[in-house]
Design a protein around this ligand. Structure first.
Ligand code: ZN
Length: 242
């Protein structure tokens, strides 16, 4: 129980850092300096007012300096990160837990940024890849799974780009989405990456139909694919392990 609370606190601190990344990366701001500031009044937030989840509750969701409303997204992201770390250490043992949480936080941040900004910071794809490579260099004896998954991922890119070129004579799927498919292929394995793409396409289609029913059909509307790809990858990893 004591250990669980420590993981929850650690997860919420990581979530607080993810908030910084989600706010600053798409705006091309440094994620290291300056220290946390209020997005409304630019006032620096001292560390004792920057406690994950709790500060939001104690300050009733308002900035202590300008009384500007703080988005509910901040504590939600901290809570999701905390619960996810707790679930990770319950489901997986070391070192698999480290890799799973590493992949989770990257997919989480990529999904939120893609949903809001419709862009995919390349630095996140790089750090995701480096973590995956580091894991295999240190802990894996059998490299067949990541390498064959990687090949299937690359095959998928060639297929999609080729098909798009044949039909539309241009590239319609985002490069960020395609690169993420390759990274996920190396993480999940061959059959799993096929299932992930399949599931993600179904989820995206259902979401698109639902949005169309609610908001009216809009052909030009961009549908971010990363959230569906991420949810599918996590589900396939959990329910269809290697
Ligand atoms: Zn403020």
């Amino acid at each position: 129980m004591f250990e669980d609370s420590l993981y929850f606190i650690l997860g919420s601190i990581i979530g607080s850092f993810l908030n910084v990344i989600i706010y600053r990366l798409p705006r091309n701001l440094s994620i290291i300096s300056p220290r946390s500031f209020c997005p409304k009044c630019d006032e620096m937030i001292p560390f004792y007012r920057n406690i994950p989840i709790l500060s939001f509750i104690f300050q009733l969701g308002k900035c202590n300096h300008c009384s500007g409303k703080i988005s509910i997204h901040y504590p939600i992201i901290e809570i999701i990160s905390a619960v996810a770390l707790l679930v990770t250490v319950i489901l997986f043992s070391y070192p698999e837990a480290v890799l799973f949480y590493w992949m989770f936080v990257h997919l989480f941040v990529l999904s939120v940024i893609d949903q809001k900004w419709m862009k995919i910071p390349i630095s996140l794809l790089i750090s995701m890849t480096l973590g995956l490579m580091g894991y295999h260099l240190i802990w894996t004896v059998d490299l067949m799974v990541p390498i064959s998954g990687l090949i299937v991922g690359i095959g998928f890119i060639v297929f999609v780009v080729g098909l798009n070129w044949l039909i539309f004579h241009k590239q319609t799927m985002g490069w960020g989405d395609l690169i993420l498919v390759v990274i996920l292929g190396a993480w999940l394995g061959t059959i799993q990456i096929f299932l992930t793409i399949f599931l993600a396409s179904i989820l995206a289609l259902v979401a698109f139909l639902l949005f169309s029913i609610i908001n009216g059909f809009n052909r030009a509307k961009y549908l971010p694919f990363i959230p569906y790809l991420s949810i599918s990858a996590i589900l396939i990893y959990l329910f269809y392990p290697l």
